[in-house]
Each structure stands twice: as C-alpha cells, then as structure tokens.
Design a protein around this ligand. Structure first.
Ligand code: GDP
Length: 444
C-alpha cells in the first residue's frame, strides 16, 4: 500500500538534494510534482489543494533552520503536512471509566468489520481486558457464525441470538449484550453491525437504533482502503447517518493506491485509530500518523533524527570545530563536545535504527555498544583543560593518573591520544591537498 505514492514522493524530494538554495520556481515545480503524485494516488482533490498550499507557503516563508539545508527543510515541511493530514497525534481508544465500555463497528459490507471485531478483541485481551463480541449483523448469512469463529480464534466470548428464532432484532441483541457483559464482567463490548453493499437509509437507521440502544464510547467507521474515492463519500454518508468517533482503515496490505483512505481523516475531521493489514488476527495495529508519513516518504525515521540533531547540536560550536579541522588547532575539548552532542541524541543503536534500510540490520544494531563512546568521554574529562588543548604535554605518569581516575587502562588512554594525533594529521593533509578550510559546513 502507498508504494506508488511513496516512490513518487521520494523521487520528487530526491531531486531537491544537492541544491544549495531553492528559488520560488524550484518550490513551485516541486509542489506541482507532489500534487500529481497525490492525485495519482487517489487523494481527494480538496485535500491535495490544501496540502500543496501549505507546503508552498511554508517553503517560501521564513522558516529557516540553521541545521537543515533547503532540501531537508522542504522534506521536513512535506512530512509535517502529511502527518497533519493523517491526523497529527496518535489517537488512543477511549474506554469508559465505568465498564463495560462499548465499541460499535459500522461500515459497508465487506469492509472488514467482522474480522476487525476479532482483531480488536485479541488486541484488547492482550492488554488484560475481557472483551465480549456481539453479533448484531443478523442480515448477512453466516455473519453470526463468522463472528463466533473469529471470537474462538481470539479466545473471547461471543454473544449472539439463539439460532432458529427467525431473523431476530439486532437492537434487542445489542441491548441484552450490555446486561450480559455486566453479569459476566466483560469490561469491553464490541458490537459488530450489519453492512450493506452500498449506503442506504435502512442500514443507517438500524445502525443509529443500535447506537441509541447502547450509547457507545466509540463508534468506529470501518473502511476498506482499496475502494478508492468511494471511501470519502461513504465516510461522509456514515458521518451524517450514524456519526462516528473514529476511523479504522482496513486492507492496507493491498496494492491499491490508497490515497482516498488518507483523505478520510481530513474530509470527516475524525481521527484514524487503527490500521488493518492482513487477514490474520494479528495483522492490526494502532495507527500512528507520524510513522505512516515516514513510511510514505520512504525515510525510516530520518526526520526524528534530524530533529534530534537540531536540538542536540550547538551550531556555533560545530562550525568552530569544523573551521579548526584544517588548521591543526582541533583539540580534545572540541572532540568531547561533538561526542556529547551525539550522545544527547540517544543510544547510537537507536540513531542508526532510524536510518532508511535499518529494518534489515536489526541484529547488528542490537549489538552496537554505547559504552565505548562513554569511556572515551570519561578519559577526556579526566584531563586538565591544558591537556585537552594540547595532548602532547600528557606524560607517562599523567596517563596513568588519567586511566585510574576514569576507570580505564593506560592502553586505552594511549590509544585515544594516538588516534587523535593521527586524525588531526590526516585532516591537515586533506585540507592541504584539497585546499579547503572546511569552515562553516559542519552540518550541511
Ligand atoms: P464485513 O462484511 O465488514 O464484516 O467484512 P469481513 O470482516 O467479513 O471481511 C471481508 C473480507 O475481507 C474477508 O474475506 C476478510 O478476510 C477480508 N479482510 C478483512 N480485513 C482485511 C485486511 O486487513 N486485509 C486483507 N487482505 N483482507 C482483509
């Protein structure tokens, strides 16, 4: 899902890389490309318009970040706007203070409601809840049996009308299920309602009657992400006919364009709570707008990384250190400052894990050890300011003192000092050969 959109956006943004400064024309051209990518992915037109306007205004406006180059700034803006369209903050499920909480599922037939009921039940059960599934879809043949099967797989109880009593009244079943939940101490009731192939009044009326009978804490509109532009019109019909507090996107594992589903939040103003991405009960997760945006932009969590870098690095200090690189004036104090900035960004394994493609190297990342960096810092802290500025003055007895004071071996102190001299020499040679001072480009 979103693969085409993701590919298109990634290549549009890729084209910006390497540009020192973006002209208004560059921004307009980029905005045009993004617009096409969104429309091709089936994102609804009003959503696209608003998105493009925001990106343009912000990219041309005075949003200047010292730590980011122009291309990175546009990527950051696109990402933030995408998160905004997807709903901003992650919206958690609201459960009632006095159980049982009632969650009602509504949506078209085939949207994945029954499957979702099982997924939600399993998910809640894993968190220590005791959900009760309620079969109020008494229209579709086998819908009750299907819910019972799903309930069994999830290991939860299903409440259904007795078989053989005719069609039964879904409103009555819903009402009785709440009494049953109280009696048997189920703290969450999940009500599966009937869908139709298309939106019709009878369907809406029945869903509204069930709603009035059980006053749900959450009414979730379940929408198949593969139905294209109909997702938006269906969402509007359910909003007006039944009303809902949140959206669940299903079939995100499909290969359709999916952009319509991305528009649902913006068009209805209701948050997306969950995403379903497969037929198995485990194929389900809380919907995180920020992670989805990252995924769509194909950038791992690089943006989080950029933000952390912005916070952790002191631009002036970084530039001062960079300027010194070629002159041989670099000191251990500068080295310490840079190391501290990196450490402020969190464990190194986590930092590397945010890079695109990191998913494939999970095992290696788990082995990245921060203690090495911490030991180096301890050694430098054990030195006097004069020694940090000019490590040449550190004689053998001082090396022993420093090792003892920072809890490392003398060899580690020697290694650090020697490697520092080598690195500084190398920098000087490179600067000499290429004739650059390296000044002012530390983070660009
Ligand atoms: P309902 O009519 O709304 O209750 O829909 P169902 O739960 O019966 O789902 C309709 C079909 O979609 C079934 O074949 C499900 O297995 C399938 N389905 C539901 N959710 C997903 C999903 O996230 N991914 C995929 N690939 N199939 C799904």
């Amino acid at each position: 899902m979103f693969d085409t959109l993701s590919d298109r956006l990634t290549s549009v943004l890729q084209n910006l890389r390497g540009k020192g400064k973006l002209s208004d024309a560059d921004i307009d051209a980029t905005a045009r490309e993004i617009r096409i990518a969104l429309l091709e992915a089936d994102v609804a037109l009003p959503v696209v318009r608003e998105f493009i306007k925001q990106v343009k205004d912000r990219a041309k406006g005075a949003e200047v970040s010292q730590a980011l180059n122009p291309a990175q700034q546009v990527i950051k803006i696109v990402n933030e706007e995408l998160i905004g369209i997807l709903g901003g903050e992650t919206r958690r499920l609201n459960l009632a203070k006095n159980p049982p909480s009632v969650i009602m599922l509504a949506g078209l037939q085939g949207s994945g409601k029954t499957t979702l009921a099982g997924k939600l039940a399993l998910w809640l059960k894993k968190q220590g809840h005791t959900p009760l599934l309620v079969a109020c879809d008494l229209q579709r043949p086998n819908a009750v049996t299907q819910l019972q099967v799903v309930g069994e797989r999830a290991g939860v109880t299903t409440f259904a009308p007795e078989p053989g009593n005719g069609v039964g009244d879904p409103v009555d079943v819903a009402r009785r299920s709440i009494e049953e939940a109280r009696r048997a101490q189920h703290d969450v009731v999940i009500v599966d309602t009937a869908g139709r192939l298309g939106v019709d009044e009878e369907l809406m009326r029945q869903a509204a009657d069930i709603r009035d009978a059980v006053t749900p804490d959450e009414t979730l509109f379940v929408v198949d992400a593969m139905i294209g532009q109909d997702a938006v019109t269906t969402a509007e019909a359910f909003r007006d006919g039944v009303g809902f507090s949140g959206v669940v996107l299903t079939k995100l594992d499909g290969d359709a364009r999916g952009g319509a589903a991305l528009s649902v939040r913006h068009v209805t103003g209701k948050p997306i709570l969950f995403a379903s991405n497969g037929e198995k009960l485990e194929d389900f997760d809380v919907f995180h707008p920020d992670r989805m945006a990252s995924r769509i932009l194909g950038m791992g969590d690089v943006l989080t990384l950029i933000e952390q870098a912005e916070q952790a690095f002191d631009q002036e200090k970084a530039e001062r250190a960079a300027a010194k690189l070629g002159t041989g004036e670099l000191t251990l104090e500068d080295f310490l400052e840079q190391m501290q900035a990196v450490r402020r960004m969190g464990p190194i394994g986590n930092l590397l894990g945010m890079l695109p493609g990191a998913g494939q190297m999970k095992e290696q990342l788990a082995q990245v050890d921060d203690s090495h960096l911490d030991r180096l810092q301890a050694i430098i802290r054990g030195m006097t300011p004069a020694e940090r500025a000019n490590p040449k003055i550190i004689n053998a007895s001082r090396r022993q003192r420093i090792a003892k004071g920072s809890g490392v071996t003398v060899r580690e102190v020697n290694d650090l000092v020697n490697r520092f001299f080598e690195a500084r020499k190398m920098m000087q040679q490179m600067a000499g050969r290429f004739g650059f001072g390296l000044g002012g480009s530390a983070t660009k």
